[in-house]
Design a protein around this ligand. Structure first.
Ligand SMILES: NC(=O)CC[C@H](N)C(=O)O
Length: 429
C-alpha cells in the first residue's frame, strides 16, 4: 500500500472532533452573511515549502472580510513605504471591538490597521493618494490573487448587502476625514474597503496566503516574491499585537499564532518559517471570532507545538565538529564542520569556538557541506570570522559543494580559498 502522510488524517480528526460544537451564531449585521450554512467547517495548512493539507469543506468559498486587513496593509506598505503608512495608522492594540472608533490621542491616527477605522484608512493608502478608486480595488484584488496563487474575485451580493448597512463604517470614514486622516471621499473609500472585504477565498487560499507571510513574502507555490521581507515582518508583527482584537494577550500567550479573523467565519494564521493556516466555520463568538476556528487554532498550537514562543533548540548544534584534517599541498588544517541553517545563534557558537581555539596559526577550513543555508546575519558573521582569521595571517579554506555561501568576499576583497573537502586525520566530535 502506498505511504500516506498522517498530517491529513490529523486534520480530518480535528474537523470530526470539533464538528458537533454548534456554539455561536453567524454574523447577521451583513444580511447576506446571515444566509451562510452554519455547519460548514474546513481547515487547511500550508508549509513554507508549499505543500497544502486540508480537511472538511476545503473548496467552499466565503468572503475574506477582516482577514483582508493584513493583506491590504501589506499592499499599502509596499506602495507607500513604512513611514508614510505609520503617519496615518498606528500599530498599537486597541483592546476594543473591531468597529470602535479607536483613535490615538494627539495624532488621531487609528490605533492599528486591524480595526475598521485603521483598515478603511489603509485601504485608501493602497496605490497612493492619486490612485483611481476602481484601480485601487483592482490593485487589492491583484495583490491578494498573487498571494493566493490564483485569480480571486469579489462577491457582488455580499458587497451590495454590506453597503446597504454600512452606516457604521461610513461614520468612521467621516470621522477620519474630519481629523484629516482620510483624504478620499468617505462613501467612495467605504465602497472600496467593502469590495476588498467581499473577495472570495477558500481555507486553502488563506493557508497559502498565510504561508507567504510566514516565508518572508515569498509565495511558496509560485516562488514569486509577492511582498518584501520587511513588509511580511511588519504585517506579522501587527497581526501578533492586534490581530485578535480585544483578546490579543490571551491569544498570544495561549495560542501563539499570529492570526486574523473575519466575520464570515474565516481565520488566518501564519507562523514564521513554519506554516500558514486557514480555518472556516461561520458561527461566531461574542467578539466576532469563529468558535470552531478558534478551537482549531488552539488544537494546532497545542498538538503540533505551533507557538511563536516555543523555544525548542532551534539552530542547536550548528558546529557539528572541530577536527584536525589535511589538505593536499597545505598539510595540517583545522576543520570546522557546520550543520543546519546558520543564524545568529549557530554562527555565534562557531565564533566562540574560534576564540577559544589555540593560537596555533593553523589554516582553518569551514566545511559547509551539511549546511542547507545561512540567513543574512549568519552569512555576515561567518564572513567576518574569515576576515579576522585572514587579518591574523591564517589561511582560510571553504568547502561549499552546494554554494550556500556564494561570492564569499569577506568585505575587503579577500576571499577564502575554495577546496572540494579536507580529509580528516583524527575525527574528534
Ligand atoms: N470583523 C470583520 O470581518 C468585519 C468586516 C466587515 N466588512 C466590516 O467592516 O464590518
Amino acid at each position: 500500500m502506498a505511504f500516506r502522510s498522517p498530517v491529513p488524517d490529523y486534520l480530518d480528526e480535528i474537523v470530526e472532533s470539533l464538528a458537533d460544537d454548534t456554539n455561536g451564531a453567524v454574523a447577521d449585521y451583513i444580511p447576506e452573511l446571515a444566509q451562510a450554512d452554519p455547519d460548514r467547517f474546513a481547515v487547511a495548512l500550508t508549509t513554507v515549502d508549499g505543500r497544502t493539507y486540508s480537511a472538511g469543506d476545503d473548496d467552499v468559498e466565503f468572503s475574506i472580510q477582516s482577514i483582508s486587513k493584513p493583506f491590504a496593509y501589506a499592499a499599502a506598505l509596499t506602495d507607500l513605504g513604512l513611514d508614510r503608512v505609520l503617519d496615518k495608522v498606528g500599530v498599537e492594540p486597541s483592546g476594543e471591538a473591531f468597529n470602535e472608533l479607536s483613535l490615538e490621542g494627539e495624532s488621531h491616527r487609528p490605533m492599528n490597521p486591524m480595526i475598521n477605522a485603521g483598515a478603511i484608512t489603509t485601504h485608501h493608502l493602497v496605490g497612493g493618494p492619486d490612485c483611481d478608486p476602481d484601480e485601487r480595488v483592482q490593485r487589492v484584488v491583484r495583490v491578494f490573487s498573487a498571494l493566493a496563487g490564483r485569480e480571486l474575485r469579489i462577491d457582488d451580493a455580499v458587497c451590495r448587502s454590506e453597503l446597504e448597512t454600512a452606516d457604521r463604517n461610513l461614520a468612521l470614514a467621516h470621522m477620519l476625514r474630519s481629523h484629516g486622516i482620510l483624504a478620499g471621499d468617505a462613501a467612495q473609500v467605504v465602497r472600496g474597503y467593502t469590495e476588498q472585504c467581499s473577495i472570495l477565498v477558500t481555507v486553502r487560499d488563506l493557508a497559502v496566503m498565510g504561508a507567504t507571510l510566514a516565508k518572508g513574502g515569498v509565495q511558496p507555490v509560485t516562488g514569486d516574491a509577492v511582498v518584501e521581507p520587511w513588509v511580511a515582518r511588519q504585517v506579522l508583527g501587527v497581526m501578533t499585537a492586534c490581530g485578535m482584537y480585544n483578546g490579543a494577550g490571551e491569544w498570544l500567550t495561549a495560542v501563539g499564532i499570529p492570526a486574523k479573523s473575519g466575520v464570515a467565519g474565516g481565520i488566518l494564521g501564519a507562523l514564521p518559517a513554519q506554516v500558514g493556516i486557514g480555518v472556516f466555520s461561520p458561527r461566531l463568538d461574542r467578539n466576532g471570532n469563529s468558535v470552531r476556528g478558534l478551537r482549531t487554532c488552539r488544537r494546532l498550537s497545542a498538538d503540533m507545538g505551533l507557538h511563536l514562543m516555543e523555544a525548542e533548540a532551534l539552530g542547536a548544534g550548528a558546529l557539528r565538529s572541530v577536527h584536525p584534517g589535511t589538505l593536499p599541498d597545505v598539510g595540517e588544517v583545522l576543520v570546522y564542520e557546520l550543520q543546519g541553517i546558520i543564524q545568529f545563534r549557530g554562527a555565534e557558537t562557531v565564533l566562540r569556538e574560534l576564540e577559544g581555539a589555540s593560537e596555533s596559526g593553523q589554516p582553518v577550513v569551514f566545511d559547509l557541506a551539511r549546511v542547507p543555508g545561512l540567513n543574512d546575519v549568519g552569512r555576515r558573521m561567518i564572513l567576518e570570522a574569515m576576515r579576522r582569521l585572514l587579518l591574523a595571517d591564517r589561511r582560510v579554506f571553504l568547502v561549499d559543494p552546494d554554494g550556500v555561501l556564494p561570492d564569499p568576499d569577506v568585505g575587503d576583497g579577500r576571499r577564502p580559498e575554495i577546496v572540494p573537502s579536507a580529509s580528516s586525520t583524527d575525527r574528534s566530535h
